[in-house]
Design a protein around this ligand. Structure first.
Ligand SMILES: NC(=O)c1ccc[n+]([C@@H]2O[C@H](COP(=O)([O-])OP(=O)(O)OC[C@H]3O[C@@H](n4cnc5c(N)ncnc54)[C@H](O)[C@@H]3O)[C@@H](O)[C@H]2O)c1
Length: 447
């Protein structure tokens, strides 16, 4: 048992969830929460809403729902705000996204959705080439933009009478930006904002504004946004949790389920070819080579980290890994993720696995937005700050402390998440050793 210093404060009052980007994922998330609140839908895929957690020994039968074990904010206490360079409100944007059934899931909550109007965005077309925004903040000064975002955050909090806020980036994927000198310290980054440096992307200004206002920030896209030393130092300094990046949905979710299984059984891998066809706005943005490169980097690293080719050169030393994303408008949000996996078994006999995942991108992403928002707020109330590695479970390219490799295996990530919750609440960790059920001397079993 540890000291009580990390037990989260109770979730009193309203929690405002601020979303840069009011597109397919955001509207599916917001509408979903409202439908659940009205008893018109179920929050499937959300660990905070549907998950349980085992406490103590298997013989104790203590398995409370997670939302009763840790004080996460109740859905009724959530309010939503967003920024978007398109002026469409959440109702229009949800219809446009084509994810939810208009008759059963949009019209019944039309009034509620129409009330969510996007604030003018900090947007610059150089970073998302396929979009042209009209609902944008004036000027081009990055400092003025950052200050305007900070003012929006304060105004939103006051107007909606929020006790606390969190921000989850659900904006488009920006172009690939490599970390440079301006990202290495708070001073260098602030100077770069003042100098309108081109390596300061809009998403970084949202992250900066959030942290400066003491608001936890999670990045759902693969672009560089909060994952560099300057903003990580700032987050530590301000006592703010941050997480990222890139929601783990669809094909990568499948990859991080299947690859740990192959490795656990010491089956070899010759190659993994992944192709995606999708037709939503995200697909259109990813059709641009700059945005695709950002996504590709995020998707490619997963297998290397799970399979550890250096440790298992015979099995994983030289597999081919190819990822393709193709914009194919007829598909809309119902993406098709198609995988061909060439594996090798006993005496090197080759085998193949084919996965054709007819998935719905935003349906998989919405519960992640909810869980990330609720857990980031929980972490904040527990006094945690900086990178929240225990939320890697939700992310394709999880951030980790310097010198640590990121953990991609979904099952290790899940154990990390649940053990963090146990740790917060002063419960024993569960190692799954279980020898104490068989050995008479529990001391010897190391329990
Ligand atoms: N399963 C998934 O859907 C999934 C998985 C992983 C990551 N993502 C990422 O989540 C993000 C959102 O996905 P989506 O399907 O909702 O895309 P979308 O295109 O429907 O929505 C993105 C919205 O962000 C807005 N936007 C762009 N730049 C902005 C800025 N500077 N400020 C505020 N808003 C801005 C766009 O106008 C658009 O409305 C994308 O970056 C996507 O790559 C989605």
């Amino acid at each position: 048992m540890r000291s009580d210093s990390y037990v989260p404060r109770p979730a009193e009052g309203r929690l405002g969830i601020l979303l840069p980007g009011l597109g397919a994922v955001s509207t599916t998330f917001i509408a979903g929460v409202e439908l659940v609140r009205r008893g018109m839908g179920r929050p499937i895929g959300s660990v905070t809403q549907m998950g349980t957690i085992r406490l103590g020994k298997r013989t104790e039968n203590r398995v409370p729902p997670i939302k009763e074990f840790v004080p996460v904010t109740e859905l009724n206490d959530l309010v939503f705000g967003a920024w978007d360079p398109f002026p469409a409100n959440a109702y229009e944007s949800a219809i446009n996204a084509g994810v939810l059934d208009r008759h059963s899931h949009i019209e019944p909550i039309a009034d509620f959705l129409m009330g969510i109007e996007p604030m003018p965005a900090v947007f610059d077309q150089r970073y998302v080439k396929r979009l042209e925004g009209i609902n944008v903040k004036p000027g081009t000064s990055k400092r003025a933009w950052a200050e305007a975002l900070r003012q929006d955050i304060r105004d939103f909090k006051a107007k909606h009478n929020c006790e606390r806020l969190v921000m989850v980036w659900c904006g488009s994927t920006e172009i690939y930006i490599k970390q440079s000198a301006i990202h290495q310290s708070i001073e260098a980054f602030e100077a770069a904002i003042d100098a309108d440096h081109e390596d300061v992307a809009p998403s970084m200004l949202y992250a900066y504004a959030a942290i400066m206002e003491g608001v936890p920030y999670a990045n759902g896209a693969p672009n560089l946004s909060v994952d560099f030393p300057a903003l990580l130092q700032l987050a530590e300094q301000k006592g703010v949790p941050v997480a990222g990046k890139d929601f783990k949905t669809g094909q990568t979710l499948m990859k991080t389920i299947i690859a740990p299984g192959l490795k656990a059984r010491m089956l070899g891998l010759d190659g993994w070819f992944s192709t995606n066809i999708l037709g939503n706005r995200d697909g259109e943005v990813l059709d641009d080579p700059g945005s695709f490169k950002t996504k590709e980097e995020s998707k490619l690293s997963v297998l290397e980290h799970i399979l550890q080719p250096q440790t298992y050169p015979e099995l994983y030393g030289k597999f081919a890994h190819v990822v393709r994303i193709n914009y194919y408008p007829p598909r809309g949000d119902a993406k098709e993720g198609w995988d061909n996996i060439d594996i090798r078994g006993w005496l090197d006999y080759p085998m193949q696995i084919k996965v054709d995942f007819l998935c719905r991108d935003s349906i998989l992403a919405a519960p992640i937005v909810l869980d990330l928002a609720l857990f980031m707020d929980l972490a904040h109330r527990a006094g945690m700050s900086g990178i929240q590695e225990w939320l890697s479970f939700y992310l394709k390219s999880p951030m980790a402390a310097e010198g640590l490799y990121p953990e991609h295996d979904l099952f290790i990530q899940q154990m990390k998440l649940k053990n963090t919750l146990r740790w917060m609440m002063g419960e024993d960790q569960i190692t799954h050793l279980g020898l104490d059920y068989y050995l008479e001397d529990a001391e010897l079993a190391g329990v």
